[in-house]
Design a protein. Structure first.
Length: 270
């Protein structure tokens, strides 16, 4: 069995076949999906909760993505505080820094990031981190890890570095702060040498796999819409790197997920 630790199930790319897509994931052996609830920012902060409520094996996150930091206001933070109390919400995110697109000013991204770290700490929820530096730089990684060290590490709540694209030293620093490292479909891309290098070194008991659906479809589906059923291709690539079977990687990362979130094994059927 596999667990997709990061999927944007609410996005319009799934509007035509959302339930069929979820059924395909189950048929492919996906036992649990973590639906990411950042949506399109304020106004859609409960999007993952709505989907999780319909399926026992789907859990939800809440949070404001760095892209939408410029849209966040006091009312949105107050809404997030209330949503954090929902029983299917098990993490806060994805939150962090994105210096690649700079859809929101960097200083504002940092401010909204810090605010959400405080809110997640109060809610006793681990966090899901998005970190993307500008081309050829480590700027966002340096800032993100510094902020986590100053404002989060002491919480003891840990979190997930989702869709990891950094270097092994970045992963090592996050591991020291209690984070899990999650690998997505881009670990299968031919030029993703840096990501595969990290995937070889992250301890197996600190690793998740994900799709980041509908983005980053893994080889051999690259260029198509991604979906949770394809998470087994991420497991296959990690298995090749670690001399393990696809099924073994699936089982180990699923066990990691259940342990990290203190979840019991979910039912095997819809």
């Amino acid at each position: 069995m596999f667990i997709d630790s990061h999927a944007h199930l609410e996005m319009e790319q799934f509007d035509a076949d959302r339930e069929a897509m979820i059924a395909r994931a189950r048929e492919a052996g996906v036992e649990t999906i973590l639906a990411i609830g950042s949506g399109t920012g304020p106004g859609s902060l409960d999007c993952a909760i709505e989907i999780a409520a319909k399926h026992e094996f789907i859990y939800a996150t809440i949070g404001i993505h760095p892209h939408e930091a410029k849209l966040a206001g006091a009312a949105d933070f107050a809404e997030l505080e209330q949503l954090a109390k929902q029983p299917k919400v098990i993490a806060w995110g994805e939150i962090g820094l994105d210096y690649f697109y700079d859809h929101s000013p960097r200083e504002l991204q940092k401010e909204v990031f810090r605010t959400q770290l405080d809110l997640a700490r109060a809610a006793k929820l681990p966090i899901v981190i998005h970190c993307r530096p500008s081309d050829g730089s480590e700027d966002a990684w340096n800032d993100c890890l510094q902020l986590l060290g100053e404002h989060w590490a002491s919480s003891g709540l840990g979190g997930i570095l989702h869709c990891f694209t950094g270097t092994w030293p970045h992963a090592a620093k996050a591991l020291d702060m209690g984070f899990m490292i999650s690998f997505a479909g881009n670990v299968t891309f031919p030029k993703a040498v840096q990501i595969r290098d990290a995937a070889k070194q992250v301890p197996l008991d600190r690793m998740f796999i994900e799709t980041d659906s509908p983005f980053l479809a893994p080889v051999p589906n690259r260029g198509k819409r991604n979906e949770p059923a394809f998470v087994r291709e991420v497991a296959r690539q990690v298995g090749e790197l670690r001399q393990l079977s696809t099924e073994d990687v699936g089982a180990r990362t699923a066990a990691n997920f259940r342990r990290f979130f203190s979840l019991h094994e979910t039912a095997k059927s819809i």
